[in-house]
Design a protein around this ligand. Structure first.
Ligand code: TYD
Length: 198
């Protein structure tokens, strides 16, 4: 089973993932992430930092995804393992729809087309939703360096894109109010994963 965790920067994904690591130990899940599960992820990070052309940046994220599927996701699913990915294709749909505005005519369609036919759609996607002010506050407290995605307007639109994706695919998405207590969120999410992993 493939589970993905999504949300804007500073939405509490890392806290939830750290909790799941402990909480779901007995299920032996494969924890993975995008970008960064392959060496291409390092190039993605370099691309983000140097602010390369948005189309090039988007294609690097897609390349990272393709390699991630081959090296981690598909082998684990074939071995009947539970895979939990910190970010996945919906990150592209949400973030690159924003960064590609003005560079590509219809970014949403382009992004769907480029993944079509080879990506693996997750079984469940948990979307952490938080007011952008809170997420920015959290980013400022936790990091010294910030990425170009991490500004108010961009994150507002990214979160809106996420919510639209969830609305279109309510069977896959579980929306989480990330302002709730961290243990409450953890137990809720872990419970759903366990129930579906039977
Ligand atoms: P990451 O370092 O994993 O940040 P976080 O800890 O917030 O998850 O990801 C780096 C940034 O890349 C993050 O701001 C989200 C963005 N991103 C995209 O724009 N597109 C993508 O497809 C992915 C996977 C991430």
């Amino acid at each position: 089973m493939l589970v993905t965790i999504e949300g804007i920067d500073g939405s509490g994904k890392s806290t939830l993932l750290n909790g799941l690591l402990e909480e779901l130990k007995d299920l032996n899940p494969v924890f993975t992430r995008e970008p960064g599960a392959t060496w291409i992820g390092e190039q993605v990070r370099r691309g983000i930092k140097e602010r390369i052309n948005p189309v090039a940046e988007a294609l690097l994220f897609v390349a990272d995804h393709a390699a991630h599927l081959d090296t981690v996701v598909r082998p684990a699913l074939n071995a009947d393992k539970l895979v939990i990915s910190d970010r996945y294709t919906d990150s592209r749909y949400a973030y690159q729809s924003e960064t590609l505005k003005g560079h590509i005519q219809d970014p949403k369609k382009w992004l769907l087309d480029i993944h079509n036919g080879w990506t693996i759609v997750p079984d469940i996607t948990f979307l952490l939703v938080v007011p952008v002010e809170d997420s920015l506050g959290r980013i400022k407290r936790e990091r010294t360096e910030s990425e170009h995605f991490e500004c108010k307007n961009v994150l507002e639109n990214v979160q809106q894109n996420y919510l639209e994706l969830a609305e279109k695919d309510p069977r896959r998405f579980v929306i989480i109010d990330a302002k709730k207590d961290r243990d409450e969120i953890l137990h809720f999410v872990a419970g759903i994963i366990r129930k579906n992993n039977l």
